[in-house]
Design a protein around this ligand. Sequence first.
Ligand SMILES: [Zn+2]
Ligand SMILES: [Zn+2]
Length: 415
Amino acid sequence: MMNPTNIMAAVADKVLGHNPTSTRQQPKTHPTEKMKAIVWHGKFDMRYDEVPRPMVSEPHDILLKVTATTICGSDLHLYSGELPGMEKGDIVGHEFMGIVVDKGPDVKLPIGTRVVVAFDIACGFCDFCKREEYTSCDTTNPSRVAETMFGHALVGVFGYGHMVGGYWGGQAEYVRVPFADLNCLPIPEDVPDEKALYLSDVISTSFHACEMGKVKPGDKVGIWGMGPIGLAAARWAQILGASTVVAISGTEDRLDIARSLGCVVINYHEQDPVETISKMFPQGLDCCIDAAGFRFAKSIGHKIQRALLLESDTPEIITECCKACRKNGIVSVIADYPGTANNFPIGTISMKHLRLESGQSPTQRIWKMALEKLRTGEYDPSFFVTHTMRLKDVPDAYKQFYNREGGMVKIFVRP
Ligand SMILES: [Zn+2]
Ligand SMILES: [Zn+2]
């Protein structure tokens, strides 16, 4: 069953029509060959299905044979049906890597190259791409729903629904990658799939969280949410020289991982984060990172408002970040907020002279630097990878990940 959020988005998509784009969204498919993929059928209903195999569909495309993929924390918004724009039959997944097995005539990457693919689909020639603002690319998403909601269209994203283009995702055996010379990063032999995979999103996104927060030597940094992004950001904050990283979560096994990194931990079921931080650091933290997001209402009031559709997003994590932040500090919102929130703490931001930064990681600008950190071993993502499995087991993994069972943080999937 599609839920109201997705039905309304699909209706709006039909009514508003589409903007022209620099590339097609739906790939051409092979007349006879099939592949396996993870397909969205509705709320809490991901399936391992057989679907047509995509083909190179534009001169700038490659066809990638996927060798590794994973579930992102943000895929759980699709799983729970809370992010609008999903349609039955959509292939999900935006974090993947593999081998180039076919290419269009404009692609320089040789066939056989092992690459990681960025989650965001950038064109390389629009004004935003020229400034390396790849997650603002203006030419890859036809959705007028997004344009109507936000004032401008968003970048196209693999496997993340029709608000961002409806591109086929990478939780599959094959995927078509547009503008491949920009959106693929060749991986040297000395970096295994088990580490390189996470350059597609987690490692660059978590770096971007710290970059937006201007984390520098000596800073005291707080991170709300110890999913893969929060944990990965904690490690970046340390590399950037933070003197203290405070990790906040309600899940004890995730706090254990943060503890093993050397973070100060707060379990919000046991201690109030703002009170605890103000006891530890009376002036407050230099940078507060929200790596949790819009779904996580804590108070009864906001749980009711979300249930009654009076707000789509809860501002409670941002409110805690603003309260725990020192005057003139920075609140960096890397978490997803697709809608509107009531009781947004505009007064705290204004009166404490805070800077609020937000946005998605321009992966293609960050990943070469991050790859070098992987090669030297300074950044080793193994600490947040908890499970390894096959693609057929991914529907069950969604359930486990959503319910935070079995200590699952990040899975490594071989098709
Ligand atoms: Zn992701
Ligand atoms: Zn562009």
